[in-house]
Design a binder for this molecule. Structure first.
Ligand SMILES: [Zn+2]
Length: 249
């Protein structure tokens, strides 16, 4: 084929419009949403993957994580850090991501102290690194699991939480005011955490209104396993009224 014809063929291929944006809403001018870029190598037209491929993979991961809306609002760069203890939390969370040696992160204690914020920000960083991540809101998702009466279906559904590379459990073991976690709650916690915490490939991020000491009283087995695995990444926020005051004045 003559060079001119090769160039024409290449140009036509590159001008063809693809449909990948219809799946993820991401528009790429470079490949016109085909995911491929054509070029001439020797005497033929060949294709390479467009750089938007990794962006699209990331969008798919975010969509699947259940964290999409939270990720838009809760990032490291907008984490409130006016107090020393807030700065300390953020530093520890960033260290956990950068260091990578420990696979379990626990933050417990007083509500309204930015626990969810810092954990979501961590998930955002892990997603950027390409790690499949899943958000488990205990009050919603554990209840859904408890509602499954068939044992087989229960084990099928719980596998999702056991197997995903990164799991963030928000409001771990939270129950209605005035009640305590039931044996069914403890069973779900055990099923999910027991095998995850033994697997060095899996990262588990947990936030809870309970401090680790309170958890030890509720479910010693699971809580002590969290302690062992998280090492320096167990953070307890003391019950201090100041910390929960959203308005200062
Ligand atoms: Zn592209």
């Amino acid at each position: 084929m003559s060079n001119e014809r090769l160039e024409l063929q290449c140009k036509l291929l590159n001008e063809t419009v693809g449909k990948r944006n219809l799946y993820d809403g991401y528009n790429c001018e470079k490949c016109k949403n085909k995911g491929q870029i054509f070029y001439i190598r020797g005497q033929e037209v060949v294709a390479r993957l467009c750089s938007c491929t990794s962006t699209r993979k990331n969008i798919a991961l975010v969509n699947k994580s259940g964290l999409k809306e939270l990720l838009e609002k809760k990032r490291f760069d907008n984490f409130l850090e006016t107090e020393n203890w807030q700065r300390a939390i953020k530093e520890r969370a960033k260290l956990f991501i950068d260091n990578g040696e420990y696979k379990t992160f626990f933050i417990g204690g007083q509500c309204g102290s930015g626990k969810t914020h810092v954990c979501v920000a961590m998930c955002g960083e892990l997603l950027k690194k390409g790690a499949p991540t899943l958000y488990m809101l205990w009050t919603r998702d554990a209840r859904a699991l408890k509602a499954v009466s068939m044992e087989r279906e229960f084990y099928e559904r719980i596998q999702e939480y056991i197997n995903v590379r990164v799991l963030y459990i928000d409001d771990f073991l939270k129950v209605m005011k005035g009640t305590s976690p039931t044996p069914a709650d403890m069973n779900i916690a055990f099923e999910i955490l027991n095998s995850r915490l033994l697997d060095p490939e899996k990262i588990t991020v947990i936030s809870s209104e309970f401090t680790i000491d309170e958890l030890l009283k509720i479910d010693e087995g699971t809580a002590s396993r969290i302690c062992e695995n998280a090492g320096p990444f167990v953070i307890n926020i003391g019950k201090c009224v100041e910390k929960n005051r959203r308005m200062k004045g």
